[in-house]
Design a protein around this ligand. Structure first.
Ligand code: MN
Length: 402
């Protein structure tokens, strides 16, 4: 081992298997620009590309990832191949373009276009059905035939680290006959995985399950902050609205889909077999292992590999009616919950609607979030040859209602 700043341990955070893209600024240079995380460093991608004479330099030389997203898969592959060469075969030419990761401020990495949130964990949907509709079948009749989703509010997608103001609104306590108004008292998280579309489509076109990798650029972590009391009162018959739209946080480092080849697994068996447009020829389950912490205490370890519907099926379903895709479209998996109690991705399930409080190691108890609570979601996935792909984190702290 030399003491080159480019030599990092194979299992370090953001090792050579990950090479995620983000947008950063520094105290001495407030321009936002595209960076690539590598160990404890961030590479100024445009500066490195110029120095190397890379043909894609213009595409990465902007204030965010928008142009790279729009450039399409051949360019995504070209950039990643170049990065792998530059960073793992230490080239003095890129060394001047590295900054310490601890010194950068990270920003929302791309312009968010539309936003869809799905509901793809059978364990989550079953638990929520039991809690919200105890005298009915927990899964609705459509659940195993199509990936259920709703259109969310893209304008309130924020970067990790943004404070979240407790929402205010209408709720109807079960003991009252009319609603009351005030701060939400059942504020929750949803640990999810997000996907960003690069290559758009025209209205009237569909994307097949097998064309997923041509359209989706990358993967990140997403916290779908949820007000359960607002949600319970408003959601019938049209679905989530103000209980969700106040804020959604995303992790700042976008892991390219091509970094997840070694993480691809078969999804759980689907019975009944879905309609032909939801069948693909290759597995798109992804073995991401999430961890959820409240104020630093681990409260859940949701396994993404257990999701009933894959992101490839979700994209096919989202476009089967001819709805177009735009560069920057975000869609989220839905709360990731596994079969075990300690694998549930939201407090609604973890505390069974507040009936079974969580005891944190600091001696306090939680049913739902309190003002000042900080929630952090992290994840890793297997990379090639025993390496690890790291998603970094998405974090946010609750501020009192205004
Ligand atoms: Mn959600």
């Amino acid at each position: 081992m030399s003491d080159s700043p480019l030599d990092i341990a194979p299992d370090a955070r953001f090792g050579p298997a990950t090479l995620p893209y983000g947008v950063y600024s520094t105290a001495s240079d407030p321009r936002t620009r595209v960076g690539v995380a590598y160990g404890d460093h961030v590479l100024d991608l445009a500066a490195a590309a110029r120095a190397q004479g890379a043909p894609f330099a213009d595409v990465v030389d902007g204030p965010n990832l928008d142009a790279l997203l729009a450039a399409g898969k051949p360019v995504w592959d070209e950039v990643r191949a170049a990065l792998t060469t530059w960073l793992t075969d230490p080239a003095d030419a890129v060394r001047p373009h590295l900054v310490e990761r601890a010194e950068v401020t990270l920003h929302l990495p791309f312009t968010v276009a539309d936003y869809v949130d799905f509901y793809a964990s059978e364990h989550h949907a079953t638990n929520v059905g039991r809690i919200f509709r105890p005298d009915q079948e927990p899964l609705t009749p459509n659940w195993k035939h199509l990936p259920i989703g709703y259109h969310g509010r893209s304008g309130t997608i924020v970067a990790s680290g943004t404070d979240i103001v407790r929402p205010t609104g209408q709720r109807k306590p079960p003991t009252e006959s009319t609603p009351v108004f005030g701060p939400s008292v059942r504020l929750d998280i949803e640990a999810e995985v997000g996907f960003v579309v690069g290559t758009p489509t025209r209205m009237g076109e569909r994307v097949g399950v097998d064309d997923f990798a041509d359209h989706v650029f990358g993967v990140f972590l997403l916290n779908d902050w949820s007000s359960r009391d607002l949600q319970a009162w408003e959601y019938v018959p049209l679905g989530p609205f103000l209980g969700k739209s106040f804020a959604t946080s995303i992790s700042p480092w976008i892991v390219p889909l091509s970094a997840l080849e070694a993480a691809r697994v078969e999804q759980p068996a689907q019975d009944p077999e879905p309609l032909p447009y939801l069948r693909g020829s290759e597995p798109w389950g992804l073995d991401l292992r999430l961890e959820v912490r409240i104020n630093g205490h681990l409260v859940s370890s949701p396994p993404f590999s257990q999701m009933y519907w894959t992101a490839a099926q979700q994209l096919a379903h989202m476009t089967v009616n001819g709805a177009s895709l735009r560069t920057g479209d975000v869609y989220a998996s839905g709360t990731v919950s596994g079969p075990e109690v300690a694998q549930r991705g939201c407090l609604l399930e973890l505390t069974w609607s507040g009936k079974e409080p969580l005891r944190l190691p600091d001696g306090t108890e939680r049913t739902f979030l309190e003002d000042g609570d900080e929630v952090t979601i992290t994840a890793t996935a297997p990379g090639p040859d025993g390496t690890r792909v790291d998603f970094g984190e998405v974090t946010g702290r609750i501020l009192p209602a205004r």
